[in-house]
Design a protein around this ligand. Structure first.
Ligand SMILES: Cc1cc2nc3c(=O)[nH]c(=O)nc-3n(C[C@H](O)[C@H](O)[C@H](O)COP(=O)(O)O)c2cc1C
Length: 416
């Protein structure tokens, strides 16, 4: 029986262990987690979601405080179109964080940035251009274009001196999305270096509608693979979503995948950015505790634990401090939902909003517990301690379990 370690991912001159730890915003896939993947010879992702906010927590900068101070006069105003990100500061925060991570990188693997298009930041094109180019300037090994079609993202980076040397890939959930991306990017005369094919069992936002359960990752990968072959395009494919064991990964690798992208199993590692009490919720959860809902203002369905404190919370929109999901006109679906509830309950001290959530604030505070469909199996990957909690894992342990396990076996961690 084969193991993941019998395969290698060839990306340009790099020969890698074919395990990619997917990006998990907001700072759930931390620098520490991504650096472990690189040290062990695979690929790790940091995320650029809400980076100024993350920078404040990590490096004691003051981006959020200063922005709130600048726009404080607007807090009670429903119109948020005036709340803008300073592009110079956005570049500074991105470059600083990426540079710090790249300086700390050891080992033969790579660190990529997960860059979500849906983070529209009240000026979608301008802010995306800054985020992409700043990461390239700061030496990121590669960028994975996520959560969106990214029809102009290659063009936004085209002038950068590293545009043809950095590894650039995209996440798609259908052949059609890939075809559209390739068509729109054709004039840059550059193909993606890899394509992550994300199926319906993944964590975070889904590239499907609420009929996600009708789709199957293996079928989508096969369809994309056949089309690429027909077109004579040799682009490595990296399936993602629901790949829980080394055996699951081997099945995809034997069917022509170049690597696999995984995330949920790493949410319960010490290096993952979730607070420890949230990691315990992931360990404890049962299949019925997980749902796909439409509360994300991005318009994409999202998978999460039903217990997430951010569900139903009716906090005042916090766009003056954050505002990462404001569209080009300064709108966010949460603001609409919140205002509707305030109008319905004018005398209420505390209101509840069930159809949308203030994703910026709640992701920042780790109150939306997004996870893959397999999260209920995490309890089988660790040991129960005498106090009833589960032993946290090391990223190295999980990575090596994927790399070296045979079949569907899962190695338990050595006792702490
Ligand atoms: C907690 C969590 C947060 C995630 N956040 C993001 C994100 O910010 N951007 C993104 O492109 N994918 C995100 N994902 C998806 C993962 O990168 C990955 O592709 C997917 O979850 C792999 O499936 P698995 O979790 O079943 O292994 C997230 C997944 C999890 C579990």
């Amino acid at each position: 029986m084969k193991r993941v370690d019998d395969f290698r991912l060839q990306l340009g001159r790099h020969e890698l262990v074919p395990i990619v730890i997917g990006g998990m915003g907001v700072d759930i896939s931390t620098a520490e987690l991504a650096l472990e993947a690189a040290r062990l010879g695979g690929i790790g992702h940091i995320s650029d979601a809400m980076l100024p906010t993350v920078s404040d927590r990590r490096y004691h900068t003051r981006y959020v405080k200063d922005k709130l101070k600048q726009y404080k006069f607007n807090v009670a105003n429903n119109d948020k179109s005036i709340v803008r990100f300073d592009l110079g500061l956005l570049a500074e925060a991105t470059e600083h964080h990426v540079r710090k991570v790249m300086e700390a990188k050891r080992g033969p693997g790579l660190v990529f940035l997960n860059c979500m298009e849906k983070l529209t930041m009240n000026a979608p094109k301008e802010t995306l251009r800054v985020r992409l180019n700043s990461a390239l300037s700061a030496g990121i090994d590669g960028i994975t274009l996520a959560a969106g079609l990214h029809l102009s993202s290659f063009a936004l980076m085209e002038e950068h001196p590293r545009f043809r040397d950095a590894k650039l890939g995209i996440i798609v959930s259908s052949l059609r999305a890939l075809q559209l991306f390739l068509k729109k990017s054709a004039k840059t005369r550059r193909l993606p270096d890899y394509v992550v094919v994300e199926g319906p069992l993944a964590g975070g936002h889904l590239g499907f509608g609420m009929d996600w359960a009708k789709y199957d990752l293996a079928v989508i990968v096969a369809e994309i693979r056949a089309w690429l072959q027909q077109e004579g395009l040799a682009i490595p494919l990296i399936p993602a979503g629901g790949i829980f064991t080394g055996g699951d990964a081997v099945t995809f690798l034997e069917n022509g995948a170049a690597a696999v992208q995984v995330a949920t199993r790493f949410t319960v590692t010490k290096e993952c950015g979730l607070p420890d009490h949230v990691k315990q919720e992931y360990f404890k959860c049962e299949r019925d505790d997980i749902e796909v809902n439409t509360i994300s203002p991005t318009g994409y369905p999202m998978r999460m634990l039903k217990k997430s404190p951010g569900i139903g919370s009716g906090i005042r929109p916090n766009c003056e401090a954050y505002g990462y999901l404001l569209d080009a006109q300064g709108n966010c679906a949460y603001i609409e939902a919140y205002n509707r509830e305030v109008a319905r309950h004018p005398d209420a001290k505390k209101i509840q909003v069930w159809d949308k959530t203030c994703l910026c604030t709640h992701m920042r505070n780790f109150d939306i517990w997004t996870c893959g469909a397999t999260a209920y199996r995490l309890k089988d990957t660790s040991r129960r301690l005498p106090d009833g909690s589960y032993q946290l894992l090391s990223a190295e342990h999980v990575f090596r379990d994927y790399q070296f396990s045979v079949g569907d076996t899962i190695a338990l961690p050595p006792t702490d």
